[in-house]
Design a protein around this ligand. Structure first.
Ligand code: TYM
Length: 335
């Protein structure tokens, strides 16, 4: 190999196709994927298998799984340079997850915050999949020997358990998996609800607290106008100003400005003017993204052929790791 040639590192990340994607998903994850795609070999997945840990309407899950990839593309991910695929199209994810289940402890899974939260929220359906969810996520990442995983702050704990599982496996069988690092953005790692700014913005929120990437312009502007703020009047990032802090973060996430620049820009102006400006910026940005999304979605033939080609590429890479794992754990493979 030429000394000047640098081997690109690998990125894996995914989003669940359950509910409507929010600006939290966009600023915490998707936007950063776009920025990183030229410097890494990237795999971006629509993780439909994760979604069924909570009951889904089958027709909706099917539609959203593919729409998710169209959204990735509309956000600026190039499907020819990156591997965009649907998780259930690559069986190695489920296969590796089973093996890794046997190297993951009940106790460590019991400590997962997302499991505790989701089992409270879905108390009628605390299924085993919900519990072992982080193991499937570890399989997603480790299958491709990913170096970096760009996610929002809420996934940090799942990245930590992924690293623990990988190190445990490597400890028993020798070097098998690359130990991945999380990539968590400074601005946008945790976008908060507009109605309850001490809670994370979530896809499942239908109360007006979350802005969907596919929301209509009027709705985006109206929701941001109604965002809960404090009783003060200064547009500064400070303790006790969760609502304003969140809007400043959203504004900077979409404009690329720093918090200090935004504070200067809005110095002396009221909350009303500021909210209007945030609403306009978000609506303009999402409007352009939605136009691209609709164009991409209209060409189903391209989408389907892209999906097939990319699933094959992913399956090829995944198979390499899985064979290595099967050999190491002692599964017989005929020559
Ligand atoms: P999911 O589908 O809940 O969210 C997708 C991505 O969006 C980020 N995110 C946020 N970032 C900032 N503010 C918010 N309010 C916000 N809400 C969500 C999440 O951190 C995530 O990066 N388990 C994952 C999906 C997954 C995955 C993987 C991710 C499955 N396998 C392998 C990375 C690698 C999840 O449920 O994300």
């Amino acid at each position: 190999m030429d000394n000047n040639q640098v081997v690109k590192k690998t990125i894996f990340s995914g989003i669940q196709p359950s509910g409507n994607l929010t600006i939290g998903n966009y600023l915490g994850a998707l936007k950063n994927w776009v920025a990183l795609q030229d410097d890494y070999n990237c795999l971006f997945c629509s993780v439909d298998m994760h979604s069924i840990t909570v009951r889904q309407t089958p027709a909706e899950l099917r539609r959203r799984s593919v729409e998710m990839l169209a959204l990735y593309m509309a956000a600026g991910i190039d499907p020819e340079k990156n591997i965009l695929f649907i998780q259930s199209h690559v069986p190695a994810h489920a296969e590796l997850a089973w093996v890794l289940n046997c190297y993951t402890m009940f106790g460590e899974l019991s400590r997962m915050t997302q499991f505790k939260e989701k089992s409270q929220k879905h108390s009628e359906n605390i299924n085993a999949g919900l519990f072992t969810y982080p193991v499937l996520m570890a399989a997603d990442i480790l299958l491709y020997q990913a170096d970096l995983v760009p996610v929002g702050l809420d996934q940090k704990q799942h990245l930590e358990i992924t690293r623990d599982i990988a190190m445990r496996f490597n400890g028993v069988y020798g070097d098998t998996f690359t130990i991945p690092e999380p990539y968590i953005p400074k601005i946008g790692m945790k976008i908060m609800s507009l109605t309850e700014p001490d809670k994370k913005m979530s896809k499942s929120d239908v109360s007006g607290g979350s802005v969907g990437i596919l929301d209509r312009r009027d709705d985006i502007i109206r929701k941001i106008k109604r965002a809960v703020t404090d009783s003060g009047s200064e547009i500064v990032y400070a303790d006790g100003k969760d609502g304003i802090n969140n809007l400043l973060t959203i504004y900077c996430g979409f404009t690329g400005k720093t918090i200090e620049e935004a504070e200067k820009e809005f110095a002396g102006m009221g909350y009303g003017v500021f909210k209007e400006a945030v609403g306009e910026v978000v609506a303009d940005h999402l409007g352009a993204l939605q136009a691209r999304f609709n164009e991409i979605l209209a060409d189903k033939e391209y989408l389907n052929s892209m999906l097939k080609t990319n699933a094959e590429k992913a399956a090829y890479l995944a198979r390499k790791t899985l064979s290595k794992v099967y050999r190491k754990v002692g599964f017989y493979q005929p020559k």
